[in-house]
Design a protein around this ligand. Structure first.
Ligand code: FES
Length: 160
């Protein structure tokens, strides 16, 4: 069976993308990125985050990384800003398995090819449950809606 050069190049490109898990071009969403189940995500209670650090246990299904630093708990997007693969917690930073981008726990790019930081989501303490609101986005922790203080009393009523 003979194949022409164009068919060979297209097949080789598709195989390369399938092996790395990336999308074919920068404008499409990578196969690991999923929309999740809705804007609000229950990520547990304050007691689930007793120490500083990050967890990626909600990353694959809901594209959320939860981080505690000091007396603040916050959530950032797990979708890499390069081509939307899901980043993972390395223990010291967030790493994208597709093309090697790295982000610090504030979502800032520390190594490309990603150029834009991971966004922060809204989060609230709703009667003791930590609820991430993915419909709200922030650039950092300067807004009180972008973090929960472990010292503050829970709010009543659900987030919008
Ligand atoms: S999708 Fe390319 S580095 Fe993350």
């Amino acid at each position: 069976m003979e194949i022409d050069r164009r068919t060979f190049v297209a097949a080789a490109g598709a195989l390369a993308c399938a092996m790395c898990g990336c999308a074919g071009d920068a404008n499409t969403v990578g196969p690991q990125a999923k929309g999740g189940e809705g804007p609000n995500l229950d990520v547990g209670t304050l007691a689930d985050y007793p120490h500083d650090g990050a967890t990626d246990r909600f990353a694959k299904k809901s594209e959320v990384i939860v981080i505690r630093r000091g007396d603040r708990i916050f959530a950032i997007s797990a979708a890499c800003t390069h081509r939307n693969c899901i980043v993972r917690n390395s223990g010291t930073n967030l790493r994208c398995p597709c093309h090697g981008s790295r982000f610090d726990y504030d979502g800032n790019v520390t190594r490309g090819p990603a150029k834009r930081p991971l966004i922060h989501f809204g989060i609230a303490n709703d009667n003791g449950r930590l609820i991430v609101d993915k419909s709200q986005s922030y650039n950092d922790l300067s807004d009180s809606g972008s973090y929960v203080s472990v010292r503050a009393q829970p709010t009543t009523g659900a987030t919008s």
